[in-house]
Write a protein that binds this ligand. Sequence first.
Ligand code: ACO
Length: 374
Amino acid sequence: MASATKGMEGIVAAQTAISYIDGMNGRLFYRGLDINELAERSNFEETTALLWYGKLPTQKQTESFRRKMSENRLVPNEIIALLLLLPKQATPMGVLRTAVSALASFDPATGDNSLEANVNKSIRLTAALPTIVAAWERIRKGLWPVTPSTHLDHAANFLYMLTGKEPDPVAARVLDQCFILHADHGLNASTFAARITASTLSNLHSSITSAIGTLKGPLHGGANEQVMRMLLEIGDVDRVDQFMRGAFAAKKKVMGFGHRVYKADDPRALWLQRLAAQLAELSGNQRWYQISERIRTLVQAEKPLPVNVDFYSASVYYTLDIPIDLFTPIFAISRVAGWTAHVYEQYSDNRLIRPESEYIGPLDVPYTDLNSRV
Ligand code: ACO
């Protein structure tokens, strides 16, 4: 029997036309379009349509898509009632996973796995994720959720639902760019989880529930929250060197660095670095950006590790006044665009994903009677 490849490194487990990572050169493409150009010129809704339909929408398609997204922002009252039942200390990612799973039972097309039904479910899900995350943020603070706006775009509406105030346009555009940058990324762990679930012909909501559970971990999407906790623990740029010496000596992993595919810096991280610098300048608070820059210099002098998407997003979200444990849910709010696109792709040419394991345990172990066991 062939031996196991730990972590499936180097294994090609699917074909995809959705996104391509050129890890050697630090480039990322959605449907062939360079991420840099999309972050500069597109918006989340258009990027989502690009991922789902394969090409940029026309003006008419864009208008209709934006309208459908904004019309589907309200979640059933029963979902809000469910959130009210959860303990206030529940993690927002755990709450999001539970709410998405519950949404399956309220979706009008829940039993229909056709492409048309799945696109409609994806619109409803993508529109609903910000509503759930913002509602949870309000509920756990003892506040009533804010009814979604129908005129603000996806990113601005999320910020609005957190506070009940129309957001600053710069903040809204920065978050919109973050959403673009996080929308898809090849066969990352959460997307693979979504595709495995879809490959059993389970439904879209089950696939997205699997993906949210997988994104949550600190080696994947959960790293952005850990980065911010590290920045706060360091607290001042003068303390970075000492902190990092300790981290290197203890052989600790530094969150926000390293990647299975990138050998060069992650292009999304470089965009986020610019956004972090811009927000530091505008807010007049350079502290988190300066600490981040010093960490990066020291880490990359110690080891040739690429900076990844989770490193600068931490200080960007923090400067936007977003609570730390919402950083990973924000990732999910964006990545649902990619997850759903991968689920359609999996269904369109499906074969059950079922790898093998290399058995390393004993065989023919005799059964011992209960009273003879030690
Ligand atoms: N800090 C310090 N050393 C690191 C780091 C890091 N962040 N990442 C990798 N290394 C080192 C490992 O210790 C290992 O060294 P060794 O060969 O001397 O033992 C070597 O680089 C290879 O690391 P692996 O963990 O085997 O690499 P893998 O491809 O399995 O893991 C991962 C990739 C999980 C991203 C890893 O780099 C990591 O844990 N990074 C920190 C967490 C993080 O930022 N995750 C977000 C990734 S992006 C995303 O998912 C959205």
